[in-house]
Write a protein that binds this ligand. Structure first.
Ligand code: SAM
Ligand code: SF4
Length: 356
């Protein structure tokens, strides 16, 4: 059943922008490029907007979640992923909301793990369900995990997540290690006055447990008051950590906003994710899909294409969806618009809608 009333503003209008048409003709078949010639090889797919936490920087206290018929079914998620992989995408990050609270999410991971051409299947999770699911995720072919962890203090953890339990996340991290996951990465959102005194402890925890860690600048997504008072730049955090650790810059890059440092004598990488910087836009290789099936070519812009009506209108033919995806690359801007004005929401979506 398709729903034509959904997101009418994003309804796809057929017609390839002329620059894209010639770029797609010049490149090998099955290559996805935008109008600036950037090849898109990485998709972040959100499979639910729901979550078992309510992190203060990500959600409001009383979130309203989407009605189920407006969320892609797991079969639709698989279909979209398959079309992207046929278009040359080789890396897929599963995210949310919390992907592991979606009933039967493991079925989807098992199917994705078998997609020919998909080289890297990875997952971003809050870790709360890893104790249960880590072995099955590993068996399904998930290569690496990113686990969000902003503090090691139980009471703080409760304040930041509103309803989460630190214990469950730490147990989940241990379960992931036992299941054979290596180079698991902690994601820490930096918040002045909430966790900035803990950055060295978090790095020590990563070192002691063979983990990587990335510090993330808070992004102005969704209408959440008080951000300019909590925002900390990567530069400031790096300077603070350099007083505790010998940090050696590393050339490693993910084609994204992360820059990495290494600590001699360890496997641990310390990353800084600086979405406020424009430096990474030139090499951006990624797009995002919301749980509603909206394709966002840039996290920092509101332009998107609704894929779900097309998926439902053409259940047996991928042609229209494939064409819409290729045409949507024309919406990808040269660079995002985030500024340092953190108090006003520069993008109206919450992070849990778009997926981190
Ligand atoms: N629930 C999973 C988790 O927490 O890892 C996956 C989804 S979550 C939206 C993905 C990442 O986005 C998390 O690492 C989270 O800390 C980060 N995030 C959420 N809101 C953010 C914001 N306003 N600024 C920066 N990072 C944010
Ligand atoms: Fe949930 Fe992740 Fe958002 Fe926290 S950051 S509320 S865990 S989706």
């Amino acid at each position: 059943m398709h729903n034509d009333t959904m997101n009418p503003g994003l309804e796809y209008q057929a017609g390839t922008p002329p620059q894209l048409d010639s770029l797609h003709r010049e490149l090998p078949a099955g290559t996805l490029v935008d109008k600036y010639g950037r090849q898109i090889s990485y998709v972040r797919l959100s499979i639910t907007d729901r979550c078992d936490f309510r992190c203060t920087y990500c959600m409001s206290e009383n979130m309203t979640f989407l009605p189920r018929d407006q969320v892609m079914s797991l079969e639709e998620c698989l279909r979209v992923a398959r079309i992207f992989v046929q278009l040359g995408v080789s890396k897929l990050r599963m995210t949310g909301g919390e992907p592991l609270v979606r009933p039967n999410a493991l079925w989807l991971f098992e199917q994705l793990g078998q997609l020919e051409g998909l080289r890297e299947l990875v997952l971003t999770t809050n870790g709360s369900q890893l104790e249960r699911h880590a072995p099955a995720l590993k068996a399904a072919g998930v290569r690496r995990l990113n686990v969000s962890l902003d503090t090691l203090r139980p009471e703080r953890f409760r304040t930041i997540t509103r309803i989460g339990s630190l214990d469950k996340v730490l147990t989940g991290l241990e379960a992931a290690r036992q299941a054979g996951f290596v180079h698991t990465k902690l994601n820490t959102v930096m918040m002045r006055g909430f966790n900035d005194d803990e950055f060295p402890d978090l790095v020590r925890y990563a070192l002691a447990n063979g983990l990587d860690i990335s510090f993330i600048e808070e992004m102005p997504l969704g209408d959440i008051a008080g951000r300019c008072r909590t925002y900390i730049s990567s530069q400031e955090a790096l300077a603070g950590l350099q007083q505790h650790f010998d940090l050696i810059p590393s050339a490693e890059s993910s084609g994204g906003p992360a820059r990495y440092w290494r600590i001699p004598g360890s496997q641990t990488r310390v990353g800084f994710i600086s979405p406020h910087s424009h430096n990474f836009c030139d090499s951006c290789n990624r797009v995002r899909i919301t749980a509603q099936g909206e394709l966002y070519p840039c996290l920092g812009h509101n332009d998107a294409t609704a894929l779900l009506p097309l998926l439902r209108r053409h259940p047996d033919d991928d042609g229209a969806v494939r064409q819409a995806i290729m045409d949507s690359m024309g919406l990808k801007p040269k660079a995002h618009d985030f500024t340092q004005q953190m108090d006003a929401p520069q993008v109206v979506r919450f992070m849990s809608m778009t997926g981190g």
